[in-house]
Structure formats: structure tokens, C-alpha cells
Design a protein around this ligand. Structure first.
Ligand code: UDP
Ligand code: MG
Length: 322
């Protein structure tokens, strides 16, 4: 049995994958049994060729999966999980920002703590620019309020976890994958350790500001159906206000006679009341849509961490942990 799988997404990392492979070998050779699953996410540079060279010359257990085009990091991580065979899995970038030594530290933590299923690294000091930092913080505060799962702000997907966590992640078959939310959603005991991200060895980050915004938006949508309640609440407000307005105008009209001004107010309050009712109907529709949305994701109804069951074969046992 392989102890550790390193799941490595690569997109246009021709000058990094070689150094990454050497660094991994320096850290893990002779320490534990491991495999590396590289996923070439539709690179347009020589990453594919470099990975083939690594595969051909490998002294370690190497798998290279190549995508037909660029599907994004989340898809690459999913593919790596599906090809992984290790008892533990580590998601790690191929640009040398995340040190294999920290991965080993996380493996050791899990070895020493049987009750812990996942060890995640969080950045103590973030090396990104102030604007990105500001927007990331704003996103997490907003996401915390909206979504049902809580995400740790500076934790990344650089983490080591047990096979049961990997299986649970693979059971989430949703197309729009948002790993931070998914790690929170599957649960399990998680321990966080601080680390300092290095600078990229070569190349530039693949995340432009607009790509990050799109990812953040998709993260909120994937883990919250609360925005779908907005029409219902707005509709309730409009209906109540329109109704009060209509009643007041009607009473005043009966008392003072129907002037043009009153007629206009009656029409406007009626429009408000009807708009409110339409929004309430849209809100009811949204409730159904949110249930369909949750159902089509096909997420598991529950995830077992362990199960104790009585076994007749061994009467002396009080139970067997499966
Ligand atoms: N990556 C990928 N597909 C993409 C974008 C990125 O597989 O479409 C990989 C990339 O090669 C790297 C990791 O995901 O190994 C993290 O990407 P990047 O370094 O650009 O992100 P950052 O570290 O800036 O968050
Ligand atoms: Mg990076």
C-alpha cells in the first residue's frame, strides 16, 4: 500500500515541474512510500513534454494525466484524487510555492494523531498584494454570513488528508467545484498548521482578478441558496407596504372624496401591491429551484467517519470498528 499520494495540478509550469519533482524526491525518498499524480491541465507550453521526461526517467511512482484542454485547477485536483492510491493524499501546487517539507510535517501530524483526518496549511503571512488581500477578506466575511459552511480564511487547499476524506470529496460530483467549501462541507477533524508560502519559482499566477471574482462568486452560489430567498423577502415587504398604502388611500378617499391625487395614489399602491405579490410568487418558485439545485448536485446524504458494529464471530469483542 502506498502511504502518500501527491496530487499535483499543472498548467503551463514547464520550468517548475522538474524542480518540483527534485524537491519532492529530496523530501520523501527513503522516508515513506509515495506516488506523484501530475495532472497536465491542458498546458500550452512544454509542460506535457517535461512531464513525459519525468515519467520516462522516474525513480518514483509517477502518474501523468493529461487533459484535452484547460479545465481549471479544481478539475485537475478532482482527476488527481481519482487516480490516487495512497493512504494519505496531499494536494500541492507545482510552482514550488508550497514546500514538500511542510507536506511531510502534515503527514507526521496525521501519523501522530489518529483522531485527526485532515491537516491543512494556512498562510501566516500572505505574500499577495493588498488589493487582492482586501477582496479575499471581504469575500470570506461575506461567504461566512451567506453560506451554511464555515471556511477558514487563509487556509488553502494545500493539505494532507486520509483516504476517507478523499472518498468523500470524490462523492461530491458537482461540476462547479470550490475546494475550500467542499473541505468544510465534508466535515472530519481538521488541524491547521501555519506555513509561509514561497515565491513562485518561475512564471506568473494563473489567477487574474476577474478569474478570482468569478471563482468567488461561484463559491458562494455553490454553497448557499440564501440569495434565492431575496425575492421572497422583498416581495413580502412590497406587498405589506402596498397593502397599507392602498388601505390608507382608500379610507382617505372615502372620507375626503376621490380627487385626481387620490386616484393616482390608488393606482400606484395597487401596482406596488401587485409587484410584491409577483415577487412572493417568484420567491416560492425559488424555494423549489433551491431544492432542485441541491438535489441535482447529488451530494451524499451523510458521510460516515466510522461505524461500530457488534460482530458475532468474535463474542469477546464488544464491537468492531469498521
Ligand atoms: N493550475 C491548474 N489549472 C489552472 C490554473 C492553475 O492546474 O487552470 C495549477 C497551477 O499550475 C499551480 C496551481 O494550480 O500548480 C496553483 O495555480 P497558481 O500558482 O496560478 O495559483 P496561486 O498560487 O497564485 O493561487
Ligand atoms: Mg502558485
Amino acid at each position: 500500500m502506498i502511504k502518500l499520494t501527491l496530487a499535483v495540478p499543472c498548467f503551463n509550469e514547464e520550468d517548475n515541474v522538474g524542480a518540483f519533482y527534485e524537491a519532492v524526491k529530496r523530501t520523501f525518498d527513503g522516508v515513506l512510500s509515495y506516488e506523484i499524480v501530475f495532472v497536465n491541465d491542458g498546458s500550452t507550453d512544454n509542460t506535457g513534454e517535461r512531464l513525459r521526461k519525468i515519467y520516462d526517467s522516474h525513480t518514483a511512482n509517477v502518474t501523468v494525466v493529461s487533459f484535452s484542454r484547460n479545465f481549471g485547477k479544481e478539475s485537475a485536483v478532482y482527476a488527481a484524487l481519482q487516480h490516487s492510491r495512497g493512504e494519505l493524499v496531499c494536494i500541492i501546487d507545482s510552482d514550488m510555492q508550497q514546500s514538500p517539507d511542510v507536506a511531510l510535517e502534515m503527514v507526521r501530524y496525521l501519523d501522530e494523531h489518529a483522531d485527526c483526518d485532515c491537516c491543512a496549511a494556512y498562510q501566516e503571512k500572505r505574500i499577495e498584494g493588498r488589493t487582492i488581500s482586501f477582496f479575499k477578506d471581504a469575500f470570506y466575511s461575506f461567504a461566512d454570513k451567506l453560506s451554511d459552511v464555515k471556511m477558514r480564511h487563509s487556509a488553502s487547499d494545500f493539505r494532507v488528508f486520509r483516504r476517507n476524506v478523499a472518498e468523500a470529496l470524490m462523492d461530491m460530483k458537482e461540476y462547479h467545484r470550490f475546494s475550500k467549501g467542499m473541505f468544510s462541507w465534508v466535515g472530519f477533524n481538521t488541524h491547521y498548521i501555519p506555513y509561509t508560502a514561497e515565491s513562485r519559482l518561475t512564471g506568473e499566477t494563473k489567477w487574474s482578478f476577474s478569474k478570482l471574482m468569478k471563482y468567488a462568486f461561484s463559491g458562494i452560489i455553490s454553497f448557499s441558496t440564501k440569495p434565492l430567498r431575496i425575492p421572497f423577502y422583498l416581495g413580502g415587504l412590497f406587498t405589506a407596504a402596498g397593502l397599507v398604502w392602498l388601505i390608507v388611500i382608500a379610507v382617505l378617499g372615502v372620507m375626503n372624496g376621490l380627487s385626481d391625487n387620490y386616484r393616482m395614489n390608488i393606482i400606484l399602491s395597487f401596482i406596488m401591491l401587485m409587484s410584491g405579490l409577483i415577487l412572493v410568487c417568484v420567491g416560492i418558485l425559488c424555494e423549489y429551484i433551491s431544492q432542485v439545485f441541491i438535489q441535482v448536485k447529488g451530494r451524499p446524504i451523510y458521510i460516515e467517519r466510522s461505524c461500530m458494529t457488534y460482530s458475532e464471530e468474535n463474542e469477546e469483542d464488544k464491537g468492531t470498528v469498521l
